[in-house]
Design a protein around this ligand. Structure first.
Ligand SMILES: CC(C)(COP(=O)(O)OP(=O)(O)OC[C@H]1O[C@@H](n2cnc3c(N)ncnc32)[C@H](O)[C@@H]1OP(=O)(O)O)[C@@H](O)C(=O)NCCC(=O)NCCS
Length: 176
């Protein structure tokens, strides 16, 4: 029984959506633009943030970083380590779509996702974008909590939205 429990704990701990890792020593963070120079680093961090099947490929990051309609930012420590990232694409209809956001497990719950969202929203407002949309898995209660706290509201249930058949919520926020 104890062996089964240890195996179970091993697999649960391997889910990067869980932040049950030792917190990093306290530090300060800066939000900076994320460019193609950080492709390798963001692709690596994304693997630590998302479970297999939920993460973006390096190819997708290359596509996003090459696209002039993409806005992308990273959180960095004074030593230059990337601890979080956010990507959004501006649509021709004046709305923007947040495509991904992630924070390194050992740096979570330090307001980094909130700061990345806030920074992105300010940049979108400056470009005249009036609405932000995003999708979130029904099972991702942590992200839903973050978005609700930041003023996003669920407007639609997206049946079978994800490749594993999971439903999602479409959430939106007005920037006006
Ligand atoms: C979701 C995620 C980006 C949040 O990053 P974060 O930097 O820890 O978030 P913040 O510290 O800015 O948290 C802001 C608020 O979100 C909510 N929140 C964040 N983590 C939470 C948790 N583990 N449990 C409950 N609420 C949580 C809280 O309301 C929190 O405010 P509080 O700390 O004052 O209570 C991070 O957990 C992550 O990278 N998860 C894996 C990737 C992912 O799921 N991305 C979203 C895809 S849609």
């Amino acid at each position: 029984m104890a062996v089964l429990q240890s195996l179970r704990d091993l697999f649960i701990a391997a889910d990067p959506r869980r932040a049950d890792v030792a917190p990093a020593p306290p530090t300060v963070y800066e939000i900076r633009p994320l460019t193609k120079k950080q492709l390798r680093e963001v692709a690596k961090l994304n693997l630590r943030c998302f479970a297999r099947g939920e993460n973006y490929s390096r190819h997708t990051f290359t596509y996003l970083l090459d696209n002039p309609e993409t806005l992308s930012y990273r959180a960095v420590t004074p030593s230059g380590e990337m601890t979080g990232f956010i990507f959004a694409m501006m649509n021709p209809d004046g709305a923007a779509h947040i495509t991904t956001i992630g924070v390194a497990p050992e740096h979570r719950r330090r307001d980094l996702a909130s700061r990345l969202l806030s920074h992105l929203e300010d940049a979108l407002r400056a470009k005249g974008v009036s609405t932000v949309v995003l999708e979130v898995r029904l099972s991702n209660l942590v992200a839903q909590e973050l978005y609700k706290r930041r003023g996003y509201a669920s407007v639609q249930l997206l049946k079978n939205y994800y490749s594993n058949g999971e439903d999602g919520y479409l959430m939106t926020k007005s920037l006006i």
